[in-house]
Design a protein around this ligand. Structure first.
Ligand code: ADP
Length: 452
C-alpha cells in the first residue's frame, strides 16, 4: 500500500508539472516571437510603443497564469507582466536569466523553495549581436495544494483497503485452518492409539481428499491391529493345548508312587510328541512370518516349474508310500517363469502334502503342470476326504482346521494353506478350490508367468 501511495503521488506530480513545463516552453516561444516582431531595439530605446507591448504582455501573462519578465543584456527588467509592484528598471540576479543571457539553454526548473517553475530563454536584438532574455515564472502552489488533498484521500483509501485486507486475511485464515485443526485433533487421538477415529469428510476439496486418504489408512491400521490380536490369541490358544497336556502328563507321573517303567516310557513318549507338535507350530509360524516380511521382497529368478514340482514329489514320496497313497505327475508342457523358488515351492509342497494327509490309504494324488501364454497352472487333485462347501472359504485362514480332532492326529497346525496363500499372492497369483466331501479336492494355483 505504501509503495502504491508513493508511486501514485510521484506519478501525479510529474504528470502535472511536465504539462505545465511544456505549456511554459510554448508560451515562451510565443512571447519571444511577439517581442521580436515589435522590435526589441526600438522598445529598449523608448522608440517603440512600450506601454502597448507592456499591456499586451500583461494580458498574456494573466491569460497564461504566469508572470512574464523581459530583460535586456544587463539583466535589467524592462517589461514586467505584473505592474504592482513591478520590477521594471531593477537588475535581478536570477540563475536561469543569466544562463539565457549567456545563450545557454536550460529546461524549465522547479524551485520548491518558491513553489514556482522558472523558465528563461534568450531573445536576440541589435542585429543579432546582443541578447536579452524572457523569463516565465509559473506558480505551482495550487498544484501542490490539490496534490496534497489527493494525497490525503489516497492515504485514507489505502488505510481503509489495508484494514479491510487484514480483516479479510484474518477471517479467511481462520476459515481455512478450522478443518485442519479438526483433522489435527483426530490425528492426535489416532496417534494415542484410538484407531476407531475418523476425519469428517465433506465436499470435494483438498481437505476431503486428505481426509478420505487418512480414513482409509486408519481403517487399514485397525484391520492390521485386529488381525494381529487374532493371530496372537490363536497362537497362544494353539500352544496352550500341548502345554496343558504336557503338564497333565508330568503331574500324573509325579503324583503316582512307584510307577512302572513302561508307564513312564509311554507318558514320556506322549510328552515328546507334544513337544514335536509345538516345534511344528513354531516352524510353521516362522515360515509364515518370513513370507509376510514383504520388505524383504521376493528373490525372483527364472524357475522351471516342472523341475520344482518333480523335486517336491520326490521329497513327499516317502510320506505317500507310508500312507499308501499313489502319487502321479502329469507334466503337460515345460513351464519356465519368474518366481521366488523357495517360497513358491513351499506353497505347492503344502498343498500336495495336504492331499496326501487327507487322502485315505489306497487313494491317489495327481499333480498337473500346465500353462497358457499368460499364466502357469499347477493343479493338485486328490481322492481324499474332501472339504464341506461351507468350510472352503475358511481353510486359508490362519489356524483354521475343518476337523480339529482328526487334524491333531494328522499333525496339522492349520497354518499350511495360509502360508501357501500368502506366497502365491506375493507372486500375483490365486488359489481356487473345488471339493466335495468324501469324494476329493482339487486345488488350482494360477500364477502370471511374467511379472509386470
Ligand atoms: P493343516 O496343517 O491342518 O493341514 P492347512 O492350513 O494346510 O492346515 O489346512 C487347513 C485345513 O483345511 C486342514 O486342517 C483340513 O481340514 C483342510 N484341508 C486342507 N487340504 C485338504 C485336502 N486336500 N482335503 C481335505 N481337507 C483339506
Amino acid at each position: 500500500m505504501f509503495i502504491f501511495y508513493i508511486t501514485a503521488m510521484n506519478y501525479t506530480e510529474t504528470h502535472y508539472l511536465s504539462e505545465l513545463k511544456s505549456d511554459m516552453q510554448m508560451h515562451a516561444r510565443i512571447a519571444t516571437t511577439f517581442l521580436s516582431r515589435r522590435g526589441m531595439d526600438n522598445l529598449l530605446e523608448g522608440g517603440g510603443p512600450l506601454a502597448v507591448v507592456q499591456g499586451d504582455i500583461a494580458g498574456r501573462g494573466s491569460e497564461w497564469n504566469m508572470r512574464v519578465l523581459v530583460f535586456d543584456e544587463y539583466a535589467t527588467v524592462f517589461i514586467d507582466s505584473i505592474t504592482t509592484p513591478g520590477r521594471v528598471g531593477q537588475t535581478l540576479i536570477i540563475p536561469e536569466v543569466l544562463s539565457a543571457l549567456e545563450r545557454q539553454y536550460q529546461e524549465p526548473l522547479l524551485r520548491r523553495e518558491y513553489q514556482a517553475i522558472y523558465y528563461a530563454i534568450s531573445i536576440p536584438y541589435g542585429d543579432g549581436e546582443r541578447f536579452g532574455a524572457v523569463l516565465l515564472v509559473a506558480c505551482v502552489e495550487d498544484i501542490f495544494n490539490s496534490l496534497s488533498q489527493i494525497s490525503d484521500r489516497i492515504l485514507l483509501y489505502s488505510l481503509m483497503v489495508g484494514i479491510a485486507v487484514v480483516a479479510l486475511v484474518f477471517v479467511a485464515s481462520h476459515w481455512l485452518i478450522a478443518p485442519l485443526r479438526r483433522m489435527l485433533r483426530v490425528v492426535q487421538r489416532t496417534a494415542a492409539g484410538r484407531l476407531d477415529q475418523r476425519v469428517p469428510v465433506t465436499g470435494g476439496d483438498e481437505y476431503a481428499v486428505w481426509g478420505t486418504a487418512f480414513n482409509s489408512m486408519t481403517e487399514k491400521l485397525e484391520q492390521v491391529e485386529k488381525t494381529r490380536e487374532e493371530f496372537v490369541s490363536n497362537v497362544s490358544h494353539e500352544l496352550k493345548t500341548p502345554l496343558s497336556s504336557m503338564k497333565v502328563l508330568s503331574e500324573s507321573l509325579l503324583l503316582q508312587e512307584s510307577v512302572p517303567e513302561e508307564v513312564y516310557r509311554e507318558f514320556l513318549q506322549d510328552i515328546v510328541s507334544e513337544v514335536d507338535r509345538m516345534t511344528t507350530i513354531n516352524n510353521d509360524l516362522l515360515a509364515l512370518v518370513k513370507i509376510d516380511q514383504r520388505e524383504q521382497g521376493l528373490n525372483i529368478r527364472l524357475v522351471s516349474i516342472n523341475l520344482m514340482v518333480e523335486d517336491i514329489l520326490k521329497r513327499l514320496s516317502p510320506l505317500a508310500e507310508q500312507r499308501n497313497v499313489a502319487l502321479y505327475y502329469d507334466d503337460v508342457r515345460p513351464v519356465e517363469m519368474d518366481a521366488d523358488e523357495i517360497k513358491l515351492s513351499l506353497a505347492i509342497s503344502n498343498i500336495v502334502e495336504n492331499g496326501i494327509k487327507y487322502t485315505p490309504g489306497g487313494g491317489t494324488v495327481k499333480v498337473v503342470v500346465d500353462a497358457d501364454h499368460q499364466f502357469a497352472y499347477i493343479t493338485v487333485q486328490d481322492t481324499g476326504i474332501g472339504i464341506p462347501e461351507e468350510e472352503q472359504s475358511k481353510i486359508f485362514t490362519r489356524f483354521y482346521r475343518v476337523d480339529k480332532t482328526r487334524d491333531r492326529e494328522t499333525g496339522g497346525t492349520g497354518l499350511g494353506l495360509s502360508i501357501s496363500y500368502s506366497a502365491v499372492l506375493m507372486h500375483g497369483g490365486s488359489i481356487r478350490v473345488n471339493s466335495r466331501q468324501d469324494e476329493g479336492s482339487v486345488f488350482i494355483v494360477r500364477i502370471p508367468i511374467r511379472r509386470s
